[in-house]
Design a protein around this ligand. Structure first.
Ligand code: 5GP
Length: 190
Protein backbone atom coordinates (compact mmCIF):
# COMPACT_ATOMS: atom_id res chain seq x y z
CA UNK A 1 0.00 0.00 0.00
CA UNK A 2 1.78 3.09 -1.27
CA UNK A 3 0.32 5.53 1.28
CA UNK A 4 1.73 3.38 4.09
CA UNK A 5 5.13 2.87 2.49
CA UNK A 6 5.48 6.63 1.97
CA UNK A 7 4.56 7.30 5.61
CA UNK A 8 7.04 4.70 6.90
CA UNK A 9 9.79 6.29 4.79
CA UNK A 10 8.86 9.75 6.04
CA UNK A 11 8.27 9.08 9.75
CA UNK A 12 9.58 5.58 10.60
CA UNK A 13 12.78 5.31 12.64
CA UNK A 14 14.90 2.15 12.68
CA UNK A 15 16.20 1.29 16.15
CA UNK A 16 18.82 -1.26 17.21
CA UNK A 17 17.46 -4.80 17.53
CA UNK A 18 15.51 -4.66 14.26
CA UNK A 19 12.79 -2.48 15.76
CA UNK A 20 10.98 -0.01 13.55
CA UNK A 21 9.46 2.86 15.52
CA UNK A 22 6.30 4.23 14.02
CA UNK A 23 5.02 5.78 17.19
CA UNK A 24 4.36 9.21 15.69
CA UNK A 25 1.47 7.85 13.59
CA UNK A 26 0.61 4.21 14.41
CA UNK A 27 1.22 2.95 17.90
CA UNK A 28 1.68 5.75 20.38
CA UNK A 29 0.35 8.90 18.75
CA UNK A 30 -2.24 7.64 16.27
CA UNK A 31 -3.10 9.43 13.02
CA UNK A 32 -6.78 8.48 12.86
CA UNK A 33 -7.62 9.52 9.26
CA UNK A 34 -4.51 7.66 8.11
CA UNK A 35 -5.31 4.50 10.12
CA UNK A 36 -8.85 4.73 8.79
CA UNK A 37 -7.39 4.29 5.30
CA UNK A 38 -5.63 1.12 6.51
CA UNK A 39 -8.98 -0.19 7.76
CA UNK A 40 -10.55 0.54 4.39
CA UNK A 41 -7.73 -1.35 2.66
CA UNK A 42 -8.21 -4.42 4.90
CA UNK A 43 -11.90 -4.34 3.99
CA UNK A 44 -11.05 -4.18 0.28
CA UNK A 45 -8.67 -7.15 0.58
CA UNK A 46 -11.06 -9.32 2.60
CA UNK A 47 -14.30 -8.16 0.98
CA UNK A 48 -14.99 -11.71 -0.24
CA UNK A 49 -15.12 -13.08 3.33
CA UNK A 50 -18.21 -13.20 5.58
CA UNK A 51 -16.41 -11.79 8.62
CA UNK A 52 -18.30 -11.72 11.95
CA UNK A 53 -15.49 -10.71 14.35
CA UNK A 54 -12.26 -8.77 14.15
CA UNK A 55 -9.70 -10.16 16.62
CA UNK A 56 -6.52 -8.48 17.86
CA UNK A 57 -4.20 -8.42 20.86
CA UNK A 58 -3.67 -5.60 23.30
CA UNK A 59 -2.38 -2.99 23.27
CA UNK A 60 -1.19 -1.58 19.97
CA UNK A 61 -3.52 -3.66 17.78
CA UNK A 62 -6.66 -2.27 19.37
CA UNK A 63 -6.94 1.11 17.64
CA UNK A 64 -6.18 -0.34 14.21
CA UNK A 65 -8.63 -3.22 14.69
CA UNK A 66 -11.34 -0.86 15.94
CA UNK A 67 -11.09 1.38 12.89
CA UNK A 68 -11.03 -1.72 10.66
CA UNK A 69 -14.13 -3.22 12.33
CA UNK A 70 -16.20 -0.18 11.28
CA UNK A 71 -15.81 -1.23 7.65
CA UNK A 72 -16.87 -4.82 8.33
CA UNK A 73 -19.77 -3.74 10.57
CA UNK A 74 -18.68 -6.28 13.18
CA UNK A 75 -17.57 -6.17 16.80
CA UNK A 76 -13.85 -6.06 17.56
CA UNK A 77 -12.47 -8.29 20.32
CA UNK A 78 -8.98 -8.24 21.77
CA UNK A 79 -6.98 -10.86 23.63
CA UNK A 80 -5.80 -9.49 26.97
CA UNK A 81 -2.40 -10.00 28.50
CA UNK A 82 -3.02 -11.83 31.77
CA UNK A 83 -1.05 -11.23 34.98
CA UNK A 84 -2.06 -14.53 36.55
CA UNK A 85 -4.11 -17.23 34.96
CA UNK A 86 -7.51 -17.90 36.44
CA UNK A 87 -8.26 -21.20 34.74
CA UNK A 88 -11.97 -21.42 35.43
CA UNK A 89 -12.78 -22.67 31.94
CA UNK A 90 -14.42 -19.47 30.75
CA UNK A 91 -11.37 -18.26 28.88
CA UNK A 92 -9.40 -19.30 25.83
CA UNK A 93 -5.70 -18.94 26.59
CA UNK A 94 -2.50 -18.91 24.56
CA UNK A 95 1.16 -18.27 25.30
CA UNK A 96 2.84 -15.47 23.38
CA UNK A 97 6.48 -14.45 23.41
CA UNK A 98 6.80 -10.70 23.15
CA UNK A 99 9.14 -9.58 20.38
CA UNK A 100 9.73 -6.17 21.91
CA UNK A 101 9.97 -7.21 25.58
CA UNK A 102 11.46 -10.72 25.15
CA UNK A 103 9.24 -12.40 27.70
CA UNK A 104 6.51 -15.02 27.50
CA UNK A 105 3.07 -14.09 28.73
CA UNK A 106 -0.41 -15.57 28.66
CA UNK A 107 -3.18 -13.99 26.65
CA UNK A 108 -6.83 -14.64 27.38
CA UNK A 109 -10.13 -14.16 25.64
CA UNK A 110 -13.54 -14.78 27.14
CA UNK A 111 -15.39 -17.73 25.56
CA UNK A 112 -18.50 -15.54 25.53
CA UNK A 113 -17.15 -13.50 22.66
CA UNK A 114 -15.89 -16.13 20.20
CA UNK A 115 -17.78 -19.26 19.15
CA UNK A 116 -17.79 -21.92 16.43
CA UNK A 117 -20.27 -19.79 14.45
CA UNK A 118 -17.77 -16.95 13.98
CA UNK A 119 -15.71 -16.07 10.91
CA UNK A 120 -12.65 -14.26 12.18
CA UNK A 121 -10.24 -11.75 10.70
CA UNK A 122 -7.14 -11.21 12.84
CA UNK A 123 -5.58 -7.74 12.72
CA UNK A 124 -2.26 -6.57 14.20
CA UNK A 125 0.21 -3.73 13.80
CA UNK A 126 3.47 -5.68 13.25
CA UNK A 127 4.49 -9.16 12.22
CA UNK A 128 8.02 -10.13 13.24
CA UNK A 129 8.59 -13.74 14.39
CA UNK A 130 4.88 -14.49 14.26
CA UNK A 131 4.31 -15.42 17.93
CA UNK A 132 1.50 -12.92 18.46
CA UNK A 133 -0.37 -14.12 15.37
CA UNK A 134 0.21 -17.77 16.24
CA UNK A 135 -1.30 -17.18 19.69
CA UNK A 136 -4.37 -15.57 18.15
CA UNK A 137 -4.69 -18.37 15.58
CA UNK A 138 -4.56 -20.91 18.44
CA UNK A 139 -7.42 -19.08 20.16
CA UNK A 140 -9.53 -19.08 16.96
CA UNK A 141 -8.90 -22.82 16.56
CA UNK A 142 -9.73 -23.54 20.22
CA UNK A 143 -13.06 -21.79 19.67
CA UNK A 144 -13.76 -23.91 16.58
CA UNK A 145 -14.33 -20.67 14.65
CA UNK A 146 -13.43 -20.21 10.97
CA UNK A 147 -10.31 -18.19 10.28
CA UNK A 148 -10.74 -15.99 7.22
CA UNK A 149 -7.19 -14.72 7.49
CA UNK A 150 -4.88 -12.22 9.10
CA UNK A 151 -4.16 -8.62 8.16
CA UNK A 152 -1.05 -6.90 9.45
CA UNK A 153 0.02 -3.35 8.83
CA UNK A 154 3.79 -3.91 8.70
CA UNK A 155 5.45 -7.29 8.11
CA UNK A 156 9.18 -7.47 8.67
CA UNK A 157 9.69 -10.08 5.97
CA UNK A 158 13.28 -10.80 6.96
CA UNK A 159 12.20 -12.13 10.39
CA UNK A 160 10.39 -15.16 9.03
CA UNK A 161 7.08 -15.03 10.91
CA UNK A 162 5.10 -14.27 7.76
CA UNK A 163 6.58 -17.24 5.93
CA UNK A 164 5.65 -19.52 8.83
CA UNK A 165 2.08 -18.22 9.02
CA UNK A 166 1.63 -18.65 5.23
CA UNK A 167 3.02 -22.21 5.47
CA UNK A 168 0.29 -22.92 8.04
CA UNK A 169 -2.17 -22.25 5.21
CA UNK A 170 -3.40 -18.97 6.69
CA UNK A 171 -4.30 -16.22 4.25
CA UNK A 172 -2.03 -13.35 5.29
CA UNK A 173 -2.36 -9.83 3.89
CA UNK A 174 0.39 -7.40 4.90
CA UNK A 175 -0.07 -3.78 3.83
CA UNK A 176 3.71 -3.26 3.68
CA UNK A 177 6.47 -5.87 3.74
CA UNK A 178 9.97 -4.74 4.68
CA UNK A 179 12.71 -6.91 3.20
CA UNK A 180 15.61 -5.16 4.90
CA UNK A 181 16.23 -2.16 7.10
CA UNK A 182 19.15 -0.32 8.62
CA UNK A 183 19.35 3.10 10.25
CA UNK A 184 19.68 4.75 6.86
CA UNK A 185 18.00 2.45 4.36
CA UNK A 186 14.75 0.57 4.11
CA UNK A 187 13.69 -1.80 1.32
CA UNK A 188 10.10 -2.82 0.68
CA UNK A 189 8.99 -5.95 -1.14
CA UNK A 190 7.23 -5.02 -4.37
P1 5GP B 1 5.90 -11.24 16.68
O1 5GP B 1 5.03 -11.92 17.69
O2 5GP B 1 5.40 -11.39 15.26
O3 5GP B 1 7.37 -11.61 16.83
O4 5GP B 1 5.85 -9.69 17.03
C1 5GP B 1 4.67 -8.99 16.85
C2 5GP B 1 4.41 -8.01 17.96
O5 5GP B 1 5.61 -7.41 18.42
C3 5GP B 1 3.54 -6.89 17.43
O6 5GP B 1 2.26 -7.03 18.01
C4 5GP B 1 4.21 -5.62 17.86
O7 5GP B 1 3.52 -5.10 18.98
C5 5GP B 1 5.60 -6.01 18.29
N1 5GP B 1 6.64 -5.66 17.29
C6 5GP B 1 7.39 -6.53 16.57
N2 5GP B 1 8.29 -5.90 15.82
C7 5GP B 1 8.10 -4.58 16.05
C8 5GP B 1 8.74 -3.40 15.53
O8 5GP B 1 9.69 -3.44 14.72
N3 5GP B 1 8.27 -2.21 15.97
C9 5GP B 1 7.25 -2.12 16.87
N4 5GP B 1 6.86 -0.90 17.22
N5 5GP B 1 6.63 -3.22 17.38
C10 5GP B 1 7.05 -4.43 16.98
Amino acid sequence: MQLLKDRIRKDGIVKPGNILKVDSFLNHQMDIPFINELGKEFKRRFSDCPITKILTIEASGIGIAALTAQYFHTPMIFAKKAQSLNLDGDMYTAKVESFTHKKVYDVILSKKFLTARDHVLIIDDFLANGCALEGLIAIVRAAGASLAGAGVVIEKGFQGGGDRIRRMGVRLESLAIIDSMTEDSLTFRE
